[in-house]
Design a protein around this ligand. Structure first.
Ligand SMILES: Nc1ncnc2c1ncn2[C@@H]1O[C@H](COP(=O)(O)OP(=O)(O)OP(=O)(O)O)[C@@H](O)[C@H]1O
Ligand SMILES: [Mg+2]
Length: 376
């Protein structure tokens, strides 16, 4: 069943590097996530829904794990438990050396989320009234530990890292789907999390943008040793990870280790495809692309009052970005437009907020909000 840690994975890579450098290899790899016999049962009316039924898993620092499985198999529930958005009904959970128990205070969990974890979900979950850089700054604002200047520097760095240095002041509706997802990744990595949790991050993306996001994740994992736990339905992505966990009926049905040769090939194929695409894009340059119609985010049906609630906690924005400015009048070209789909207001954000609201009677409101804002 579990053919884990048999000569592959980052623990071995780290050991190899240490040996190459003439240092003594670490004998005991450190786990970022440990689950021992985790159960999660949701109460639905009078009935209990068993989403997780005894999951045990250990994920090492620097490892990339992909989670596959049947719909309803418990993948999102697993991610929510690891992300401390939900607490297990039974079992032992350790995230970044913190033991999570049913009585762990909500503000402790909020701190783990803000300091150690980054979240990326299928829907991009950017606040429509904030531009890219303000969206990236948001979790840092909530955390309240950095000066305004430090926050801005980190946000700039993160956006550069995901290749969006030229889009910092664009509002979400002026970004493509792939760019929006890269902003959410920039937001998730701005606090330099140890663990990145991703729930179908490429689910809403076309193949070109899927490749871009995968390249970004690959680099974060390889260069920064960021641990990644990624749920996906896309089987073509599985060879990017060190291990693949298959979930069924709330249990781990199988775990596969991806051989290093296969991982290297996945990466080489991705680079080759990216290079081919670049050539196509260069050839197409000058032929003119689709132009986006701009619209006040508040006009979207999906605009949520949640945004206003969060915005009211923010310090004043720099001059020029505080007010949404309407675009220039429609030009001739804009009559040929393709209209960009407005960003859906975050379902994960809404559900996380709802989850927070359940415990809001006892939890400080800021802890509840930090759940909402750090789920990106
Ligand atoms: N908040 C909730 N309340 C009640 N039942 C829930 C809740 N969240 C999940 N479930 C149930 O738990 C089970 C596992 O759900 P989960 O969302 O983890 O599945 P999944 O593997 O992520 O599925 P998918 O691939 O469709 O996203 C399902 O039967 C689901 O209906
Ligand atoms: Mg799911």
């Amino acid at each position: 069943m579990d053919d884990v840690e048999k000569g592959h994975g980052p623990a071995v890579l780290a050991g190899d590097a240490a040996a190459a450098a003439g240092e003594e290899a670490e004998s005991v790899p450190t786990a970022d996530v440990e689950l021992l016999n985790i159960h999660k049962t949701y109460l639905l009316g009078l009935e209990g829904v068993a989403a997780l039924r005894g999951v045990s898993l250990r994920i090492e620092h620097g490892e990339w794990v992909i989670v596959y499985g049947t719909s309803g198999g418990g993948k999102t529930s697993l991610l929510n438990i690891i992300g401390t958005i939900d607490k297990p009904t039974k079992g032992e959970l350790r995230v970044c050396d913190v033991l999570i128990q049913p009585n762990t205070p909500d503000d402790t969990l909020a701190n783990i989320r803000l300091e150690k974890l980054g979240f990326v979900f299928q829907t991009f979950n950017l606040l429509p009234t904030l531009n890219a850089i303000e969206n990236v700054e948001l979790p840092m604002v909530m955390h309240g530990q950095l000066s305004r200047q430090e926050r801005r520097q980190r946000a700039e760095y993160s956006l550069e890292k995901v290749g969006l240095g030229h889009r910092m002041f664009h509002y979400p509706h002026k970004l493509s789907g792939g760019e929006q997802q890269r902003v959410t990744i920039a937001r998730a990595i701005a606090n330099s999390p140890k663990v990145l949790l991703l729930d179908e991050p490429t689910g809403d993306l076309d193949t070109v943008n899927t490749r871009r996001v995968m390249a970004l994740l690959h680099n974060l994992n390889r260069e920064q040793k960021m641990t990644m736990i990624m749920v996906t339905h896309d089987v073509s992505l599985k060879h990017f990870a060190h291990r693949v966990v298959y979930m069924r009926d709330g249990k781990v049905a199988r775990i596969e280790t991806v051989p290093d040769a296969q991982r290297n090939k996945a990466w080489a194929d991705l680079q080759a495809e990216a290079a081919a695409n670049k050539t196509i894009a260069e050839e197409a340059q000058g032929s003119g692309g689709p132009i986006t119609v701009f619209k006040d985010p508040r006009e979207y049906a999906t605009y949520s009052k949640q945004s206003d609630a969060i915005l009211s906690l923010l310090p004043p924005l720099p001059i020029g970005s505080a007010n949404y400015s309407m675009p220039p009048a429609a030009s001739k070209q804009q009559s040929l437009l393709s209209v960009q789909v407005p960003p859906a207001m975050p379902s994960a954000l809404a559900s996380a907020t709802a989850a927070a609201a359940v415990s809001a009677a006892t939890a400080p409101p800021l802890a509840a909000l930090s759940i909402a804002t750090n789920v990106v």
